[in-house]
Structure formats: structure tokens, C-alpha cells
Write a protein that binds this ligand. Structure first.
Ligand code: BES
Ligand code: ZN
Length: 633
């Protein structure tokens, strides 16, 4: 089976891939040529000509909300191939030249909704091309005003590339199966510091004084391991760094650095735990940046620089599963990458499983089991809603660049994906399972993968015999909708006490404030999910009064409370919701709150429309894209 997987690699490359856990990644990664690895979301034809390296030289222009400069691409193509196709979703090309500066012809093809347009370059026998370009209003980039930052004095820039947004500001082949090394020189106003998802040389140079007398600095970055291009990321702002451990640290605005560092103080231990589970951390440093609350996700696994929402900070590390998750992507996702977005579960499901294993190591089995039980309830709830035979509930699904964009996507790609691996683990035993997963990461390091490859790999390297194969139901897990009968259900004891308390509240509105105060965050979230969906204002007021929900410092809990309040037209919570929606741009919180309001007739729709009119400009394109559909229809 290993032979088959290797044979399907198209080595349009000067060097092959070393077997096993060689930490020195080759600079040119192979691409896959099988049908299931084809990426419908790209215009690139990598089997003919592919980008292997990008060198960016860009200036950040905050006044015009624009990046401008050049990208020099290294192209790998057989002799005789004279065109290369890139993805373009809005950046403006000024000129394209070859290595000698000779102009090359190019053509921008017809735009396809949600995908952009092909940029076809006639390169002749040139294999190094330079694109002079600029990108204004790029959907990946969010330009924040000083008012949108914690310290309020300087503007801020952040990017979000996954899944197919980097083609709005980087002229390259934007497909996860076409790995590229990259380097960058970024020029920014002097007061700002730039970070990227590559190692910095830590030597910004003061470069020039503009006509306005403004000084600028240029920062240099390099990623010498081939990565999927959605993982190229940038942030710039008035930020400072705090070391957390020998190879980890955190960036944030000065006023947040203290609480950010405190919340993240387990990071180095998490890296050690992850390595003990599944092998060496191969990226050198693991730094994080805590961004302003406009960031549209909880976290994004940009290599060597995880991007984080500040809303995960609770003061007690109760949301640190997020850190375990983004760290785990350093193996599942960044090292072994879904070849296209129909196999997102290979990134997110495997990562969610790995996340839970790290949480178990760092925070203990009780917490890990509770978090898994929440995930399981999410699968069950989703299947009950959409039907256990809905085709979108298979792990390998038709097309899904945005699994987090819908509740179903999240429950399947993340939670069913992780319960698949939990189930396999429970059948073959932890030792055998862990050995298998580690060899999967090692043998596919810095390469793309598909569901078919993972299935073949399990059959070759894990499954002992026919009898075990029958027990495992691997094919059904990956390709069939619903939840296979062999699923390893979470221990019902995980929430025994909370479920009893939720029943007491449901039956007689009984509340045990002391018990609540002692619960884990997972237990509180379970309680808030289990109590009745319909309540009157007096009941909601009593609930809030007893449990101090409005004052919660955990945003996951605060969000569940505000959502419940809006579902019941609880007037007293409206100012808090308005304030929350004005400050936070994280789609996971923002979209359901608007949805809850829109479901409440003219009462809620009035609030939603008036609020969104004010808050829309402060949201990232990712969040706007979803909320536009909900509120503007
Ligand atoms: N890679 C994802 C974020 C993502 C997924 C962006 C799909 C664009 C398309 C990231 O690792 C993630 O899963 N973030 C989660 C947190 C996690 C703990 C479930 C989030 O942002 O909520
Ligand atoms: Zn993830």
C-alpha cells in the first residue's frame, strides 16, 4: 500500500521526499496526480507548471488600505511548457517580467463566483517571473482603525488566508496541494511592527522618509519549508513580544501582553506533550499573536505564528483547548495537508482528536472527556436536525472550503472527524493507534494527502486482520453519512452531575449557585445547552441573577447566555448584545447572535438591522459574508 501511495505522487520535482521523520524538509514538495486530489477551487494546472517559491516585496499603505510591490515566483515546468496559470481574486497586475526584466504577456480570464479568475502568463522558457502588483480591498486583509484596537492609537492590519482568500493579495497558485516556500520583505510605518507566518530575521531596517517625512521600517521573513499557500499570513500593529519558553512566545498590543502571557503560560508544556505523542515539532519556533477582537476566527494555525482572538482569554485557561488545537495543526494540516477542501476533515478532524489528547495531558482526563462529550452532543444534535442520511454528513464531502461556516460543517468535519479517530483508538488500543498516527505524520510530512490515502494507509499499517477490519468500519466512517454503529460513545458519567442539575432546573427552576461556581467551563456550557430553550423574562432574570451570567469572563459562556436571552426576546440583555456585537468580530459568536435576533420577528429584526448597520464596517470579510446572508437577506 505504501507503494501505491508513493506511485501516485507526481514528482515534478528535482528531488524526492525523504522517508521517515527527516527534519530537513526538501524545498520542493511533490504534488498528487490522482483524481481525488484534484482541487476544483484553483485555476492552476500544477501538472504542467507550478510555483515552488514566492518572494514578496510589499509596502503596507494604511491610508489607502492597500499593499503594493512585487512577487517574484520560481516556476517548475518541463521544457517546452510556456504558460503558467495563477489564481487571481482582485489584485491589480501592473506588469509581469522575466528574470532579465523583459515584459511577459499575460491574460486575466473570466471570473467565477467565489473562486476568482485565472491569470495566465506566457512565460516562454523563463522559470523566474516577477509580478508588479497592488491589492486594495483584498478580502483576506482587514485594516483596522486605531479605535478598533485595544490601545487605540495606531492602525492594525491582519490577514486570514484559509481557505481561498490569499488569492486576493498574493499572486500565486492558491491550492493546498501546491506547496511553496516563501520569503518576504514588508515595509510599514515606523511605529508598527510586522509579523508573518515565517521566521523573522529580527533586524528591521529603517528604510526611507516619505514625502510626508514619515519614517518606515522593512521587516524580513522566510519560510524555508514548503507550505500550502493558505498558510501565508501577516499582521502589523503596535505590538510587543513576551517570551513564554525556549521556543515559544506571544505578541499582542502592549496593554494586553500581561494577561495574554498568563493565559498562555502552558504553551511550552503543550509543545512537549504534542511531541511526546506524535513526534518532533518541525517548525523551529512556536509563537502566537493575540489579535484585536475583529479577527473572524477563534484561532488560525499560521506556521510559527498562530493567530488568536482575544476572546479566548478567560483568566483561568478554560478556553485553552484552542491553543492545543492550533498547535496540533503543526502536524495535522501544516505538515500533512488536505490536498483539496473536500478532505478538510484530514486537517480539522485529525487536529480535533490531537487537540483532545493534548488537553488530556495538560489539563487531565476529566476535562478532556468533558470536552469530547460536548463534541459528541454536537454531532448528535446536528444529525437529529439534518437527518443521519444527509450526504453532507460524510467526512469526505463534495466541496467545503468553509467547514466552520455552518453548524453542520463544524459538527461533521471537526467532531465526527475526531470521533472517528477516537473510535479507531478504542478498537486497536492507544499504543498501536499512536504509533500509526505518528508514522502517518512522518511518512507524509510536508506533503498533501487525501481520504483515500489515509484509508489505504490504515489498511496497510494499522489494521491487523479481516476481523479487525470489520470492527473498524473505516470506509463507512469516511464515505457514508451519519454516525457508524461502532462509535466510541463518551462516558455518560462525564456530565452526570450537571445533567441532574439541568433536570432540576427544568422541572422546578431549582438553581444551585455553589455547584455552578465549582463547575468546569465545559460543565457550565453543558448546563446552558440542556436547560429549556423557552423561558420568560422573570425566569431569565432569576437565572442571570443567580449565576451572574452577564458578568461571565468566559466568552463561550457569555455567548450562550446572550443567545438564549435573544431567543426569548429578553429586553434587559439587549444592550449587552449590542455592545458585544460592536466589539467582537468572531464569526462563531456574531453570526448566531444575529441569527437568533432575525428569528424573533420584527422585535429582533429591528435590533439586528440597526445594530448591523453600525457594526458591519468593523467586521472582516469572512464574518460579513455570513452575516450579510442572515441580516440583509
Ligand atoms: N483552521 C481553522 C480555521 C478555519 C477553518 C479557517 C476553515 C477557515 C476555514 C482553525 O484551526 C480552527 O479550527 N479554529 C477554530 C477553533 C477550534 C478550537 C475549533 C475556531 O476558530 O473557532
Ligand atoms: Zn482547526
Amino acid at each position: 500500500m505504501r507503494f501505491l501511495a508513493t506511485a501516485s505522487l507526481l514528482l515534478l520535482a528535482s528531488c524526492g521526499m525523504p522517508e521517515g521523520g527527516d527534519p530537513d524538509a526538501p524545498r520542493v514538495a511533490p504534488i498528487l496526480s490522482t483524481e481525488d486530489a484534484r482541487d476544483e477551487q484553483t485555476f492552476a494546472e500544477p501538472e504542467k507548471a507550478r510555483v515552488t517559491h514566492i518572494d514578496l516585496d510589499l509596502e503596507l499603505n494604511f491610508d489607502d488600505q492597500m499593499v503594493a510591490g512585487s512577487a517574484q515566483l520560481d516556476i517548475l515546468a518541463d521544457q517546452g511548457i510556456d504558460t503558467v496559470v495563477l489564481d487571481n481574486d482582485g489584485y491589480d497586475v501592473a506588469s509581469i517580467t522575466d528574470g532579465e526584466g523583459k515584459p511577459l504577456e499575460y491574460q486575466l480570464g473570466e471570473e467565477v463566483e467565489g473562486k476568482g479568475a485565472p491569470l495566465t502568463i506566457t512565460m516562454g522558457d523563463a522559470r523566474e517571473i516577477t509580478i508588479a502588483y497592488s491589492a486594495k480591498e483584498a478580502a483576506a486583509l482587514q485594516w483596522l482603525t486605531p479605535e478598533q484596537t485595544a490601545d487605540g492609537e495606531h492602525p492594525y492590519l491582519l490577514s486570514q488566508g484559509q481557505a481561498i482568500l490569499n488569492r486576493t493579495w498574493i499572486p500565486t497558485q492558491d491550492s493546498p496541494g501546491i506547496r511553496q516556500t516563501w520569503s518576504a520583505r514588508i515595509t510599514a510605518p515606523e511605529e508598527l511592527t510586522v509579523v508573518m507566518s515565517g521566521l523573522s530575521d529580527d533586524k528591521p531596517e529603517t528604510v526611507k522618509e516619505g514625502p510626508d517625512g514619515q519614517k518606515k521600517r522593512a521587516f524580513n521573513f522566510a519560510m524555508d519549508k514548503p507550505v500550502a499557500p493558505y498558510l501565508i499570513a501577516i499582521a502589523a500593529g503596535d505590538i510587543v513580544f513576551r517570551e513564554l519558553g525556549p521556543r515559544s512566545g506571544v505578541w499582542s498590543e502592549p496593554s494586553m501582553i500581561e494577561e495574554a502571557a498568563a493565559e498562555l503560560s502552558d504553551t511550552e508544556e503543550m509543545i512537549d506533550a504534542a511531541e511526546a505523542l506524535y513526534g518532533e515539532y518541525r517548525w523551529g519556533r512556536y509563537d502566537m499573536i493575540v489579535l484585536p477582537p475583529a479577527f473572524p476566527y477563534g484561532g488560525m494555525e499560521n506556521p510559527v505564528m498562530t493567530f488568536l482572538t482575544p476572546t479566548f482569554i478567560a483568566g483561568d485557561k478554560s478556553n485553552n483547548g484552542l491553543i492545543a488545537h492550533e498547535l496540533a495543526h503543526s502536524w495535522s494540516g501544516n505538515l500533512v495537508t488536505n490536498a483539496n477542501w473536500t478532505d478538510s476533515w484530514l486537517n480539522e478532524g485529525v487536529t480535533s482528536y490531537f487537540e483532545n489528547r493534548i488537553v488530556e495531558e495538560i489539563y487531565g482526563k476529566k476535562r478532556a472527556d468533558q470536552e469530547a462529550a460536548l463534541a459528541y452532543a454536537n454531532i448528535e444534535e446536528t444529525l437529529a436536525e439534518v437527518g443521519a442520511d444527509a450526504p453532507g454528513t460524510a467526512l469526505h464531502i463534495a466541496a467545503n472550503p468553509d467547514p466552520l461556516g455552518s453548524a453542520v460543517g463544524g459538527a461533521i468535519i471537526y467532531d465526527k472527524g475526531s470521533f472517528f479517530l477516537r473510535t479507531v483508538e478504542s478498537i486497536v488500543g492507544r499504543d498501536r493507534f499512536d504509533a500509526w498516527l505518528q508514522q502517518w505524520f512522518d511518512n507524509h510530512a510536508f506533503q498533501p494527502a487525501t481520504s483515500a490515502m489515509l484509508l489505504a494507509d490504515m489498511e496497510a499499517n494499522l489494521v491487523a486482520d479481516e476481523a479487525e477490519a470489520e470492527k473498524l468500519m473505516l470506509r463507512e466512517w469516511i464515505y457514508e453519512p451519519g454516525l457508524p454503529a461502532n462509535v466510541a460513545k463518551p462516558d455518560p458519567a462525564a456530565f452526570a452531575e450537571v445533567d441532574t442539575a439541568a433536570k432540576a432546573f427544568t422541572d422546578e427552576r431549582a438553581l444551585d449557585e455553589a455547584a455552578w461556581a465549582n463547575w468546569t467551563s465545559a460543565e457550565r456550557q453543558r448546563f446552558l445547552a440542556k436547560i429549556p430553550r423557552e423561558m420568560n423574562s422573570a425566569e431569565l432574570a432569576a437565572l442571570d441573577e443567580a449565576l451572574k451570567l452577564s458578568a461571565s469572563t468566559n466568552n463561550e459562556e457569555l455567548f450562550l447566555w446572550l443567545e438564549l436571552a435573544m431567543q426569548n426576546r429578553y429586553e434587559a440583555a439587549v444592550p449587552a448584545v449590542e455592545q458585544f456585537l460592536a466589539e467582537v468580530g468572531r464569526r462563531k459568536f456574531v453570526a448566531p447572535l444575529f441569527e437568533a435576533l432575525m428569528e424573533q420577528g420584527s422585535w429582533g429584526q429591528g435590533i439586528a438591522k440597526r445594530t448591523y448597520e453600525k457594526t458591519r464596517p468593523s467586521y472582516h470579510a469572512v464574518t460579513r459574508g455570513t452575516v450579510d446572508g442572515l441580516v440583509l437577506g
